[in-house]
Ligand binder design. Structure first.
Ligand SMILES: CSC[C@H]1O[C@H](OP(=O)(O)O)[C@H](O)[C@@H]1O
Length: 364
């Protein structure tokens, strides 16, 4: 996507170099800076600190980090230990395991001396696939937006509520739920987005508003707790969210607070769609609430908040009294019964095993 007229991806490799460059998302929206990742340790650190974040981007970053590890030591022992180290970076988004599994499977049969170049080639392929997948998914989702616009008699914008950040900086490009928004907007369908601030990391307030503003998409930032009220008063036509892991039964794990939005949507008859590439489907599990590990992040993400001071410096200030304990589960699980549909690169599926297998028969 474009930043001040310049086209960017969230991560890119300079030629056939052994390093990648990423947008440092911890500084947005106040500063747009990039960071070079040249080692597996730097890749792990970037994922842990959320320099890079978003399930698809975490997966691609993990793949490049794995290639860097094999460039340093292509042995079977390191093939195993680097996998474990990267896998442990963040536990919830299944795209990380998905990407690491692909790289490991393709590297295992190779002679160690062939693994580094091959692993970078695999990571490049996943990088390119993410862009194509998101573009295809966006078209499927935009058809839903068009249907609503037609149902409204093409009067006024389609009002979309979204949670967290699911745009081009959560992926390699385009995004998942925001990719749908961009596609509909670019087709000339009038859209307006209610952007959940998404406490405590504020991906909505800091990242989604920045993305939508850069692309010229009308939007309104709201407190997380305002979404239900807006739905009660008919201000929301559809909810579009992303996912970090969707189970084979259609349960959707996403940023903390998503479940509460789904409950409000269900109570008010607002369609609630999850937009996800198939790399985010965990076919091994069915019950998301029982089986998905929810990342517990640092308490100070809740007790403190970051922002830009009057002198332009980015500062972190305390919100709660010293000594206040805080819990910080980073994700929650929306049961399939609250999900209207799953938008994938192969089309829209009902949130059920049958619905997913209908689009992915190879998984039946
Ligand atoms: C397109 S997936 C984006 C997904 O990832 C976010 O989590 P995080 O910012 O912690 O990486 C959030 O759950 C989004 O829906």
């Amino acid at each position: 996507m474009k930043v001040d007229g310049v086209a960017y991806r969230s991560i890119w490799r300079e030629g056939d170099g052994a390093a990648v460059t990423v947008v440092d998302q911890t500084l947005l929206p106040h500063r747009f800076e990039t960071l070079t990742i040249a080692t597996v340790a730097e890749a792990i650190d970037a994922i842990k600190r959320m320099v890079v974040r978003g399930a698809p981007l975490i997966g691609v970053t993990g793949a490049y980090g794995y290639a860097m590890a094999l460039a340093a030591d292509p042995s079977d022992a390191n093939l195993a230990s680097a996998y474990d180290a990267l896998y442990a970076a963040r536990p919830t988004a299944v795209n990380l395991r998905w990407a690491l599994d692909i790289v490991r499977a393709e590297m295992e049969p190779l002679a160690p001396e062939a693994r580094a170049a091959a692993a970078f080639a695999t990571a490049d392929r996943l990088h390119a696939e993410d862009i194509r997948t998101n573009e295809t998914m966006a078209a499927h989702g935009a058809a839903l937006i068009r249907e609503i616009w037609e149902e409204k008699g093409r009067s006024g914008p389609v009002n979309i509520l979204t949670h967290c950040n699911t745009g081009w900086i959560a992926c390699v490009d385009w995004g998942t739920a925001l990719g749908v928004v961009y596609h509909a907007h670019d087709q000339g369908i009038p859209v307006h987005v209610y952007v959940d601030e998404t406490r405590p990391r504020n991906q909505g307030a800091s990242l989604t508003t920045w993305e939508l503003g850069a692309h010229g998409v009308p939007h309104t930032l709201i407190a997380d707790n305002a979404g239900g009220h807006l739905m009660q008063h008919g201000a929301v036509d559809i909810c579009l969210v992303g996912a970090d892991r969707v189970t084979a039964n259609g349960d959707a794990c996403n940023k903390i607070g998503t479940y509460l939005k789904a409950l409000a949507a269900h109570d008010n008859g607002v369609p609630f769609y999850v937009v996800l590439p198939s790399s985010t489907i965990d076919w091994r599990i069915g019950d998301g609430v029982a089986e998905i590990e929810i990342e517990e992040r640092a308490p100070d993400e809740v007790t403190h908040i970051s922002g830009i001071a009057g002198d332009g410096t980015i500062v972190k200030v305390r919100l709660a009294p010293k000594g206040t304990k805080a819990a910080n589960p980073a994700f929650d699980v929306t049961p399939a019964r609250l999900v209207t549909g799953l938008v994938t690169e192969r089309g829209v599926a009902k949130a059920s095993r049958e619905g997913l297998v209908a689009l992915f028969p190879e998984r039946g």
